[in-house]
Design a protein around this ligand. Structure first.
Ligand code: NAD
Length: 266
């Protein structure tokens, strides 16, 4: 399968190039960075710490025309615009970018009318399994106060993390409620007591933490804590490559990692 990587010089971009190289069924066919990036013109393999692979990082997404799928961990604006371009090219799109707003998501869903798009705030097997467990625990303990805690490296630009939101969505699904109507994303000052039925978020930033998440279900005198620690970006990159392989011969539409991993909602 011929794979393109956008944002190829980014932290995830480099991990994606390594994951494509490691998977026998995939070949890197194109690599693109933002126009003006100092890494345009570099060899994508060398950037990723591998031997030179002969694929030069370009700055035009037209390079993806011959690809079967493009892996995209960039910015919401980049992913939204690229989905529209790939829908015309007929190329599958794997989106790991987080921080997309409702308008970005609506535009991406529109592009998915013509191509296969897999979008997930977390591409790891472990987190998607965790989401399934959270859905179940939230349903089994309807009285529990739900809190989602996350920590990421100091350079992360969006909060709460896409994964924290994914876990919040799973908890809300388990309760049969809408996350947007029940989420408390920040607390400061005289907040008053905790409102029953809300789902709280707490965000920590610092150092080089790749991604840590905990979902706490707090009852009177006892707590259940479910969690996940990502030790290396390869867990997300390998998931993205697995998603790309999964798109082959799939009908157009917008899918999540639970579809790819066969973790259907229980
Ligand atoms: P990063 O800043 O290191 O990399 C982003 C790259 O995208 C940069 O190299 C940047 O130059 C490039 N880029 C920006 N605009 C572009 C454009 N228009 N065209 C081409 N390239 C462009 O960030 P990162 O740590 O690699 O994270 C990227 C995204 O992936 C974030 O949204 C992050 O939250 C998300 N992420 C998702 C998962 C997941 O499993 N879904 C895991 C880790 C990170």
């Amino acid at each position: 399968m011929k794979i393109g990587v956008v944002g190829a010089a980014g932290r995830m971009g480099r991990a994606l190039v390594r994951a494509v190289d490691e998977e026998a069924r995939t070949t890197l066919a194109a690599a693109v960075e933002r126009p003006g990036s100092p890494d345009v013109g570099a060899d994508a393999g060398s950037l990723a710490g591998l031997p030179a692979c002969g694929i030069t990082v370009g700055d035009d997404v037209a390079a993806f025309a011959d690809c079967d799928a493009v892996l995209d961990f960039t910015t919401p604006a980049t992913s939204t615009a690229l989905a529209a371009r790939l829908s015309v090219m007929g190329v599958a799109h794997i989106i790991g970018t987080t921080g997309c707003g409702p308008e970005d998501d609506a535009a991406i869903a529109q592009s998915a009318a013509n191509i296969v798009i897999v979008k997930s705030g977390n591409m790891s097997l472990g987190v998607n399994l965790l989401a399934a467990l959270v859905r179940r625990a939230a349903r089994a303990l309807p009285e529990a106060d739900l809190e989602v805690l996350e920590m990421h490296h100091r350079r992360k630009v969006d909060a709460p993390s896409g994964t924290a939101l994914l876990l919040g969505e799973a908890a809300a699904e388990g309760r049969g409620i809408n996350l947007g109507d029940h989420a408390v994303y920040t607390r400061e000052g005289h907040t008053g007591p905790r409102e029953a039925g809300t789902i709280g978020f707490a965000t920590l930033r610092g150092g080089t933490v790749i991604g840590e998440h905990q979902v706490i279900l707090a009852l009177n005198s006892e707590r259940v804590t479910l969690g996940h620690i990502a030790e290396d970006r390869s867990v997300f990159a390998n998931g993205a490559v697995a998603a790309a392989l999964w798109t082959k011969d799939r009908p157009a539409g917008l899918y999540g990692m639970d579809d790819v991993l066969g973790l259907t909602a229980e």
